[in-house]
Each structure stands twice: as C-alpha cells, then as structure tokens.
Design a binder for this molecule. Sequence first.
Ligand SMILES: Cc1ncc(COP(=O)(O)O)c(C=O)c1O
Length: 367
Amino acid sequence: MDRRQALRQSALAVAAFVFSRDAFARDAERIVKTYSGSPAGFIKLSSNENPHGPSPAARKAMMDAVNGSNRYPWEVTTQLREKIASLYGLTKEHVVMGAGSSELLGLVSVMAALQKGNAVAPDPTFRLWMPAARKFGLPIKLVPLTSGKETDLQQMKDNMDAHTKMVYICNPANPTGTIIPAAELESFIKETASRCIVLLDEAYTEFSDEPSMAKWVNDYPNLVVAKTFSKIYGMAGARAGFALAHPQTIKQLNELQPWSNAGTSAVSLAGALASLDDKEFVSFCKKENRKARDIFYTALEKAGMPYIPSHTSFVYFDSTPFNKDVTQLLESQQIIGARSFEAGSKWLRLSVGTVDEMKKVASVLNG
Ligand SMILES: Cc1ncc(COP(=O)(O)O)c(C=O)c1O
C-alpha cells in the first residue's frame, strides 16, 4: 500500500468510527425522546437479543441461586468452566469467563495493545471493543468487505504487517450475517495465527450450521474464540460470556481480570450452567429464528429490497429501492432497531424477533 492509500484508509477508519458512535448516540436520544413513557408495546429489534430467553431451566436455576448469592461465585464459575470445557473437548484451563463476551473482546485487545503494534478488522463489524483498544494504543486498520459484503480474508491478510498484533474476525459476521466456510477460516487461522493473536468472535455460531473453531486452540496458542450466553441462550442481561484458548493464553487473560472468572454474578453463572443442558430450548430458538427470518425475507422480497441470506439472528438489507424511510416507517409503528452501519449507505440491519413480531414488520412493510 502506498502512502496515499494508507492515509485514505486511516481517514476512512476515523470517519467510520465517528459515524457509528454518533449515529448510535443520535439513535438512543431519538428513541428515548419518542418513546419515553411508553416502553411497553414496542417491538425492540435493535440489539440481536433472543426474544425467547432465558430458557425455563436457566430461569429456575437463577431463582434458586438468589438464596446463595451471599457467597462469592467460585464454585459455580468452576463448574461452568468444566461444563463448557467438556462440550468442546477441552479442560477448564482453556476457559475464561467474562461479564459477556464483550469483556473478553476488550481484554484480548488490551493484551494485543500491550505488545505495541496495530490490529486489523473488517469494516463494518462489531465495534464495541474498538474505542478502548485505541485508548490503550492499538490503532486498528479497517478492511472493507467484498462487493458481496463478505469478510475479505485476502485483504485482511494483505493489510497485516510486521507490527500487526491482532486480527479480529466475527463469524458469522455482524452486521451482515454472512459466514466464512470452515475450511477457508481454518486456512486463514493456519496462515495468520503464527504471526499474531487471532480473535474470533463466535457470538452467533449456534444459529448457523458451521462448526466452532475452538478445536484448534491447542494447536494455535494465538487463537482466542469468544462466545456468549447473550444470543442463542437468551441471557443478554445476565452478562455471561466466555473465551476458549490455549491455557498459556487464558493465563495471560486471567492476569488482566481483577478477579479472574468471577466478574459475573453467581445468579447469572448458575443460569448459564443450566442453559447448557437445555438442548430443547436451544433447538427451539434456532428453529423459531429461521421461521421468523423467512417471514422477514418474504416481506423484503415483496417490498423489492435485496438482502443477504443470514446465518444469524438479524438480517442486513438494502432499503434503497423502497419508497419510504424504512427506519421511520417501522418506528411510526413502534418497531425499533433498523439502522445503518455504513456511512452514506441505505443498507440497514434489523434483528429477528418472534414469528409474530416479524409478521408485524411484514405487515408494516407490505401494507
Ligand atoms: C458479534 C458480537 N460479539 C459480541 C457481542 C457481545 O455480546 P455480550 O452480550 O456477550 O457482551 C455482540 C452483541 O451484540 C455481538 O453482536
């Protein structure tokens, strides 16, 4: 890359970040102004929350755990790490717990920042960890998606240099819902994990049919796989997430936590533990998400709006051909959440709610 290209790319990166932060603040302000006083009765499709959760087993476990919450959560956090490890054929030393996976995305990027270099990430992507990482001195090179809005692995590799300490990939991707097939992702990991940390965000893998990459953590100590109880398990407010990595790497992450593995409440950890056994609930959520997503696809097709087939609980679509402002139209019917992630673009992301909620969305768009 020549100097002009590099300057253009960093200007774009700054503009994209300022845009997304400002857009988010504007959205929050407008929503509060418009709807304060009447929160009940609106359909919230903004944050890819699971409309069905938590699972019945998790609810019961959390209620039972309230009585024991005078004690620190050592026992339950250890049980949970053991349980998670057994699901991935690993040991508890491969597992770190966090207050949501965002805490762990933050810690991994701090770990990278401490090595004094840069990071590479796709654009747009899940950005929550980026502002803190930059404050810790980690400049982030943002790599545009392909013309089909897929993660551009070749460009990501081309943007890595001798100072790159971390590469971030969200698979399936937020906000686009695309997925990198396992074989391609495996060869990317093979090529890059010898050079820097590969932070793989698998928040939505359970909605897809592709496997987790966690099986590679013993082979690649630089690979960190971040996962969450917020999505398929429907526990976003409980703030429970985990990362899987080589024990050496987990140890370094533990050193960055004030109390390793104990940042989440005993109540939430008990819920998370119970939710792992509620397989029926997980398959129910996956099926319902597909049904509701199909209803939304049909509505988009009828409305003439192209979309990207999604492997997640949200859909990215192009509202350009529609004759009204989709966000405003939905909000006028108390449906919140259609928003843009690319400056100057009319591509929007909307979370998939229940079947009934998506029928309401369809009736508003097609009505
Ligand atoms: C891609 C991605 N990663 C991580 C998270 C954070 O999840 P958590 O609630 O576990 O912090 C989200 C939440 O929306 C997400 O979309």
